[in-house]
Design a protein around this ligand. Structure first.
Ligand code: ATP
Ligand code: MG
Length: 413
């Protein structure tokens, strides 16, 4: 554990308080996994913590949490607490402080997350989390049914941890997941989406998907359940994709979603506008380019670059690499090769710009300028025209003339 975090524990202990590392950081430390955030729990109350650590941020006082700064690092320090009454199958907004660390551990979701560790590495493990860590098992703390009824987010957290750690889910816990799956509907979709992102982006998605399928945890969101049920055959492909958005696309394609269904799911999960547009675009293009698995089609990258821009094409190539080319050494016309051959790669690289085009006509500023630039770009790309301003201006003049005489051409463009 970080020296800086140890200093926080030590200071609390020196002032007569109990203090422990707790939750995910203990679990990950025992598993020799990288520890990304360190949580500390203590019997000191928030007021005591703030007094002891003047350099702090009162991030969650209503939950008993103070974020302490130590030598530039931030640690969440939380007073031992229980969670009182749960309403609407979500975690409560009010908490009660308790005196014993064991009571605090009892409110946690799974045994592997319900361990505390002292400064001297002594483990407080009333629910035998270490055994479950060693046996690779996810098990609810106490009565599994009750735990999922208290907070339905735990349903996905369980599957997500199985997916990240490659663990099994213990039978009773798994049965309780299946029985309580409909409760997921009470959880804010943003939280569902965040857990799904972690699940999809994990080391062992096959595990997570297997349990999601068995327990039907997403049944209250039928499109999501369908995605988890139908994409299992192609999960191996996820390991070669980096971005989580591309992973969503791989799964949607694997599950045979139409682009309309994909967009519907994005909207349901309240993904950002940009994410929704990227996913929808990629699904549309995949439908056009890859009607069948592993069926190579030649791709007209020039046309795609001109129509959709380079950024989108980079996205598309990445996804195609994963879905299409099982053996990348067979890959033919790459985006890069096309790009290398293109004399003018973007409109900006044209030797004339909009203001020069505008001077060629008495027309008011309008879409015709962009249209003319695109026409010039297309002709330079095809090699008919050199990217030299005199030649471009002559061609532009002809084009504008032609357009004015035959406005129908405009419709064709
Ligand atoms: P990670 O940070 O890797 O996602 P984590 O276990 O640290 O995993 P956090 O969400 O950071 O998860 O929560 C910290 C700890 O708080 C957990 O280890 C667990 O003990 C407890 N906890 C978090 N969410 C819940 C919940 N919904 N129900 C019960 N306990 C929870
Ligand atoms: Mg954490």
């Amino acid at each position: 554990m970080k020296e800086e975090a140890k200093k926080v524990l030590k200071k609390l202990e020196e002032h007569g308080y109990e203090a422990y590392f707790v939750g995910g950081c203990v679990r990950d430390w025992l598993l020799h996994r990288p520890v990304h955030d360190i949580d500390i729990c203590t019997n000191a109350h928030p007021g005591d913590i703030m007094k002891l650590f003047p350099d702090h941020i009162p991030t969650g006082l209503q939950h008993g949490t103070v974020t302490v700064k130590q030598d530039g690092y931030l640690f969440e320090v939380t007073t031992f607490r229980t969670e009182g009454v749960y309403e609407d199958f979500r975690r409560p907004s009010e908490v009660t402080y308790v005196n014993e660390v064991v009571e605090d551990l009892a409110r946690r979701d799974f045994t592997i997350n319900a361990m505390a560790m002292k400064y001297n590495k002594e483990l407080i493990d009333p629910f035998f989390g270490l055994e479950d860590v060693n046996d690779h098992v996810i098990r609810a703390v106490g009565d599994a049914n009750r735990r999922f009824q208290e907070d339905a987010l735990r349903l996905i957290r369980g599957v997500r941890f199985a997916s990240q750690l490659g663990f099994q889910i213990e039978d009773e816990t798994r049965k309780a997941m299946r029985d309580n799956a409909p409760l997921l509907i009470h959880i804010a979709v943003e939280r569902v989406r965040e857990e799904c992102n972690k699940l999809i982006d994990s080391r062992h998605p096959d595990k997570g998907f297997q349990f999601a399928k068995q327990t039907k945890i997403f049944q209250s969101i039928p499109l999501l359940q369908q995605l988890f049920d139908q994409s299992t055959m192609h999960l191996w492909r996820l390991q070669t994709v980096e971005s989580v958005i591309h992973k969503w696309v791989v799964l949607l394609f694997a599950a045979d979603f139409s682009w309309e269904q994909s967009r519907e799911l994005c909207r349901y999960l309240k993904m950002s506008r940009k994410e929704e547009e990227t996913i929808t675009f990629l699904m549309q293009q995949l439908m056009l380019l890859q009607p069948l698995w592993d069926q190579c089609q030649s791709i007209d990258w020039t046309r795609l670059i001109m129509k959709h821009g380079l950024e989108r094409c980079y996205d598309l190539e990445k996804v195609l690499d994963v879905l299409w080319w099982n053996d990348l050494s067979n890959k033919k016309n790459t985006l890069q090769a096309t790009l290398d051959k293109m004399a003018v790669k973007t409109l900006k690289e044209l030797a004339v710009d909009g203001s020069e085009i505008r001077k060629l006509s008495d027309q008011k500023q309008g879409p015709w300028i962009q249209k003319t630039l695109e026409y010039l770009w297309e002709r330079t790309v095809t090699g008919e025209l050199a990217n030299v301003s005199e030649a471009l201006l002559i061609a532009a003049k002809d084009f504008i003339h032609g357009e004015m005489e035959h406005p129908a051409n405009e419709m064709k463009k």
